[in-house]
Design a protein around this ligand. Sequence first.
Ligand SMILES: Nc1ncnc2c1ncn2[C@@H]1O[C@H](COP(=O)(O)OP(=O)(O)O)[C@@H](O)[C@H]1O
Ligand SMILES: O=C(OP(=O)(O)O)[C@H](O)COP(=O)(O)O
Length: 413
Amino acid sequence: MSQETTGMNYLTMSDVVLDDKRVLVRVDFNSPMDDNGNILDDKKIKSHLPTLQSLEHSKVVLLSHQGRPGDEDYTPLEAHAKLATELLGREVTYEDDIFSSCARNAIKSLDQGEVLLLENTRFNAEEIMNRPPDKQAKSQMVKKLYPLFDLFINDAFSVSHRSQCSVVGFTEVLPSVAGMLMDKEITGLDKALKCHEHPAIFVLGGAKANDSIKAISTILKRDGADKILTTGVVATIFMMAMNIDVSEVNRKFIENKKYIDQISIASRLLKEYSGKIIVPQDVALNNGGERQEVEVDKIKKGNLPIADIGRETIENYSKYLKEAKLCVFHGPTGIFELDKFRLGTDELLKAATQASYSVAGGGHTLDAIDQLGLGSKFSHISMGGGASITYLSGEPLPGITALKNNTFRYHKG
Ligand SMILES: Nc1ncnc2c1ncn2[C@@H]1O[C@H](COP(=O)(O)OP(=O)(O)O)[C@@H](O)[C@H]1O
Ligand SMILES: O=C(OP(=O)(O)O)[C@H](O)COP(=O)(O)O
């Protein structure tokens, strides 16, 4: 049983018999993809190898999502099965459905040691309706699949902040345990959660700004950070909350991302926690592919997209990070995929490693860390961006709560 800090515990793979069992594993293979459907980075898939290697005498079925409906990286999982086959050194068969009779027959005919990857869970409409576990247990996916298994393993920490069918539904109806990656993530992040040394600095950027803004609210409520340094799309929203004119193109960007409602939340947070949330003083605009640095009150002039934080901000934020005892870094500071706009991400990642305990999370963030060769310099690297900051905000993650509740339901003795 885990030694997790927050009271109730969950079981791990070493608490149960795995050999000969029919095991359903929720993994998170969601990876950066190029326009041709190729996987750009194998870290997410690799991170599950310890769990999959421990299941070599079980009949294993994997569930994962990839992207979000409407996004360009919302793809089938065929490429993921191929890459998993290479990485695992054993065949991972791909089934292009989730719970049709074809998929169920393929599951039933699995032999010991075989691994089958089902289709992208988000191809099923019920998956992305965030609902409580008891409701998710009544979804078609759960009802059709669960009778075919003896055990459910949640190894997908990085999506456990979502109350989605494949994350919380099976724990209602099957004995369930945490996978090895899940357990490692919780252990690493608990050290940061228990670190009461100050200053504690969070650098929050990237594109999933609603997750970050929700976490900022919870972090500041529990006095969990001395400063929140905003970057990326999160910073654009806070600038708008401060009535900085970010120009039409950036306003449209926020609108298209459906983040307009986040502006008033950001405005409330700025008032409520005065001095805690820091907003860039300058940014780098994308002027025909070139880096054009301007003070934030000059953004309105050019109607050009914000693509990174500026040099003055980098310098200012680096000063905070030099003093930090705890640093949590989530999300690139800009469009780091373009060489001209990766300066902020590179410099702040380097500065973040100087903290006594440093945590970084999120697929793109880890990609940037890899490119800099900084992986070993962080105290804990989390596969989940949104999940890790939610965890560090002190808010329970539905996927982990579901595992804990399962312990009491199925393993009382
Ligand atoms: N100012 C910005 N405008 C548009 N996109 C941005 C900006 N800053 C960062 N991004 C984009 O955010 C993406 C990563 O965000 P996110 O998925 O939240 O990070 P992670 O995968 O590390 O959790 C990157 O593709 C990056 O180009
Ligand atoms: O990559 C993920 O999250 P992250 O970008 O916060 O690290 C997870 O796969 C969750 O994906 P989601 O944010 O579409 O639910």
